[in-house]
Design a protein around this ligand. Structure first.
Ligand code: APR
Length: 230
């Protein structure tokens, strides 16, 4: 049984990482969509850096929750037959022990140099314009995918969706494509589809089955169920 799991901000909510579209969806008066674009970065780099610096700094105060741990447990059993595709830029899947994770929207703990294109693991702030460890030019940006940019790893993701027997979407609003279209892609190639989310997502009607509740409860229960059936 090949399983592809898509995760979004909702899986990290119980760890204390704020989602994008719950509450008022604003950050210091800015819509997230206005901060997370190349145009915003060109116009107001300091504002954009501070948004990501705050999120990066907050990582040290959060831990994986039972949903992340359950997916790591599932990977121990399924090995290469499980792929986790996450829209999240936090590192909570890895800290829970998952190894087969694709970060389609990039990672907070990585910076990319606009001068030499090199990537570096990054744990500090970027707003004070540090030099690139590779070329020395102070032109590092967060290694995240902004609106209008192409998500990472799309070839590997579509290949996995085409051969999946089961596609499970966890904690995502279904508001952002291409991730919101994965359910249709997987179903077209014959996968069963399941949504685990606090509430109906924008694409909820496309799933064979939906379960509403907290990821910290739904995901461990679903993993238990799957492993018993195997
Ligand atoms: N358990 C399960 N689901 C939850 C929980 C929880 N404890 N808390 C919130 N949710 C659900 C919300 O109901 C919502 O449907 O998680 C979803 C979070 O949606 P968004 O905030 O829109 O996050 P996401 O879908 O990951 O956003 C996609 O948008 O801004 C961009 O690049 C950013 O990766 C992000 C993308």
């Amino acid at each position: 049984m090949r399983v592809v799991v898509l995760t979004g901000a909702g899986i990290s909510a119980e760890s204390g990482v704020p989602t994008f579209r719950d509450a008022d969806g604003l950050w210091e008066g800015h819509r997230v969509e206005d901060v997370a674009t190349p145009e915003a970065y060109d116009a107001q780099p300091f504002v954009v850096h501070r948004f990501y610096d705050a999120r990066r700094a907050a990582l040290s105060g959060v831990s994986p929750n039972p949903a992340h741990h359950a997916l790591a447990r599932l990977e121990e059993e399924l090995g290469d037959d499980l792929l986790v595709v996450t829209q999240n830029i936090d590192d909570l899947h890895e800290r829970a022990g998952s190894q087969r994770v694709l970060h389609m929207h990039g990672e907070l703990l990585s910076a990319v140099c606009r001068a030499c294109r090199g990537r570096s693991r990054w744990e500090q702030d970027l707003s004070d314009l540090p030099p690139c460890p590779r070329c020395g030019v102070p032109d590092l940006r967060p290694d995240v995918v902004w609106f209008g940019e192409i998500p990472y790893e799309m070839d590997r993701i579509y290949l996995a969706l085409e051969s999946a027997d089961l596609f499970v979407s966890i904690g995502t609003s279904g508001a952002v494509y291409p991730a919101a279209g994965f359910v249709q892609q997987a179903a077209t190639y014959g996968a069963r589809t399941l949504e685990l989310n606090l509430q109906a997502s924008e694409v909820t009607t496309l799933f064979d089955e939906t379960r509403h509740g907290r990821a910290g409860e739904l995901v461990p229960a679903w993993v238990d169920e799957l492993l018993v059936r195997r």
